[in-house]
Design a binder for this molecule. Structure first.
Ligand code: PMP
Length: 428
């Protein structure tokens, strides 16, 4: 059966709103290190790591061995009624890594559930269902998280179980704040936040949730320190702050272990998923203990924190530490950023990012108008040359580059060469 046959069957039984990349979508059947192979046998260098899921790459012996060892016990899941040692140990480790005082952890299967849980905790704690989120944000596809997602392309059809207001603090390239200095931008965001708290919200707000680097939104990042300034305002109103670290956690931004680290602020809660499992389903919330324990009813997740995911996640954290991958993310990120900035294509409006989260905003030649067409063409050209990248942004015009954190300098250069050639070909 060809990939075209599979696509026809996919379309017949799966939702129209499940977007697939490429004019001819591919099936990935095998992976090793930073490369994957599709159904026709073609090999690609993967600069998107799944969707930042395979943060360590593919077929990593230490991680596979840890998972296999758990499978060999015959215990895939023991329900939430019994103690799970690996869950306790991983929770201890994440609580410590979080820097949140007296932190507790709850494990879920995904980032959406993690954010949903954090929103439930904050709204319960504050006895309010009002939430603030950033414009252009993405927080998931559960009922509450899709409803607060600021990027309308991902949330427009969702009725809302929570009341949400949006504030500035993420995407800047085509915003009214584009030409401000960083300091003036921070002041403008703080003023916007105060204005929303004073005028747009009807009473108490439970929390503000934000991605330190907007992922789906096209790897848009605010200046360091923005969230510290916003948190001071939130604190004065008693509003909780949730950092959505689903994409930015585990050292991917290079400089800091969590994306929020660049802002010198301790959030009340952080949510995580994606890279922690290196492909296995795992997510969670780490938050102040009193916030986690504000639930009065019973609550559990049947599969959240299952021993297989816990074994994989523990091996991932070991792997990051043993191979100093945070430092590698910083070094490879610099290499990619400077290489892309030197590319000098009229299709490139902005190259931005931090560590291994790099966005290339594609525009109509020489201008600032988003070019979806250019993004589509570059994507096809990179695919043809054996490189996978992602896309995102408000208009779907931003190339998203987020390779596994294990990327080598040679592979970074190989990907850069393909990107530069693809930009030139797309321009022709
Ligand atoms: N938050 C962010 C920042 C994300 O990027 C995503 C997924 N793209 C989610 C939450 C939702 O995670 P999941 O798809 O695992 O539910």
């Amino acid at each position: 059966m060809t990939e075209a046959d599979l696509l026809a069957r996919h379309r017949a039984v799966m939702p129209t709103w499940m977007g697939l990349l490429y004019e001819e979508p591919i099936e990935i059947v095998q992976g090793r290190d930073r490369r994957v192979i599709d159904g026709s046998g073609k090999t690609y260098l993967d600069f998107f790591a799944g969707v930042l899921t395979n943060a360590m790459g593919y077929d990593v012996a230490e991680i596979s061995d840890a998972v296999r060892k758990q499978l060999d016990t015959g215990i895939l899941h023991t329900s939430t009624l019994y103690l799970i040692r690996s869950q306790v140990e991983l929770a201890e480790r994440i609580a410590k890594l979080s820097g949140i005082p007296d932190a507790k952890v709850f494990f879920t299967n995904s980032g959406s559930e993690a954010n949903d849980t954090a929103l439930m905790l904050a709204t319960q704690y504050r006895r309010s269902n009002q939430v603030l989120a950033l414009r252009n944000s993405y927080h998931g596809r559960s009922f509450a998280t899709v409803a607060i997602t600021g990027n309308r392309g991902w949330s427009a059809s969702a009725l809302s179980p929570v009341k949400v207001n949006y504030v500035h603090g993420g995407y800047r390239y085509r915003s009214p704040f584009r030409d401000l200095s960083d300091a003036a931008y921070i002041d403008a965001c703080v003023a916007d936040l105060v204005d929303v708290l004073e005028t747009a919200t009807a009473g108490d707000v439970a929390c503000m949730i934000a991605e330190p680097v907007q992922g789906v939104g096209g790897f848009s990042l605010p200046p360091d320190g923005l969230f510290k300034a916003m948190k001071e305002v939130l604190d004065s109103y008693g509003v909780l702050f949730i950092s959505d670290e689903v994409q930015t956690g585990w050292g991917r931004t290079g400089e800091h272990f969590w994306g929020i680290g660049a802002h010198d602020v301790t959030p009340d809660a952080m949510t995580f998923a994606k890279g922690l499992g290196n492909g296995l389903a795992v997510g969670g919330v780490v938050a102040r203990g009193d916030l986690v324990d504000c639930f009065t009813a019973n609550s559990f997740s049947t599969f959240g924190g299952n021993p297989v995911s816990m074994a994989g996640a523990t091996a991932v954290l070991d792997y990051i530490a043993d191979h100093d991958l945070q430092a590698n993310a910083a070094a490879r990120g610099e290499q990619l950023l400077s290489g892309l900035r030197a590319a000098d294509s009229p299709l490139v409006g902005e190259v931005r990012g931090k560590g291994l989260m790099i966005g290339v905003e594609l525009v109509e030649p020489g201008g600032t108008e988003p070019s979806v067409r250019a993004a589509g063409r570059v994507l096809e050209e990179t695919k043809r040359r054996g490189l996978l990248v992602g896309k995102g942004g408000l208009h779907g015009n931003v190339l998203r580059i987020a390779p596994p954190m294990t990327l080598t300098a040679e592979e970074a250069q190989e990907g850069l060469d393909i990107l530069v050639d693809s930009l030139a070909a797309a321009q022709a």
